[in-house]
Design a protein around this ligand. Sequence first.
Ligand code: TMP
Ligand code: ASP
Length: 237
Amino acid sequence: MQIERELYSGKAKSVYATNDPDRLVMRFRDDTSAFDGRKKEQLANKGATNNRTNAFIMQHLERAGIPTHFERLLSDSDSLVKRLEMIPVECVVRNRTAGSICRRLGVAENMELDPPTFEFFLKNDELHDPMVNEYHIRAFGWASDDEIAIMKRLAFEVNDVLKQLFLDAGIVLVDYKLEFGRFQGRIVLGDEFTADGCRLWDVDTGRKLDKDRFRQDLGGVVEAYQEVANRLGVTSG
Ligand code: TMP
Ligand code: ASP
């Protein structure tokens, strides 16, 4: 496998073509951004921590029967993934209230959501990722009815699997964002699952172990990400 030209550089990852037209390299950088790119910093070792954590979680999901784009770790910063045709929406599942749902609905933080909620957002920083619904997704041709149903089903399957995985590590999975794409006619989980795209709270103390530490200037961002990795049993070598 040979890494070829850079196809795309996002806020925290870059994507490279390879000599296999169906495979890409995803490079996790130390760049950290929030508020649609308005707050940016480099955090040493974040890329490597997220690359390993993502690999661990994606492999765990695969074993639980959830199709993902993950193939294998290549290096500290790089993973090999399937080349998906991405669906331009973000799927957010929430088990507890935090973040935008509190602002939008005027509800308190840390209320249990039973059953968990599901929301679609359009992936568009300039528009600040506006919330959209299934009618928008169909009318603009972003995904079909069947694909919408599969994304929702998989997003909740991920919840069942990861809620337990994190709980066993003494961590509450508060909410998370997933992105899906198409690969050989199938809907597959893409992008990443790391502390950059979810909220994780210590079960006993409520301490934040995710990107809210960066958003809210709480410090110890990478240390918290590494603590999550250690508690999950992610190995560093
Ligand atoms: P929110 O509370 O800002 O709507 O975010 C819910 C969860 O989804 C939170 O863990 C952050 C994650 N998320 C992203 O990582 N990127 C995004 O663009 C959005 C909309 C949410
Ligand atoms: N909306 C996410 C955040 O606030 C990612 C982004 O900034 O675009 O972290």
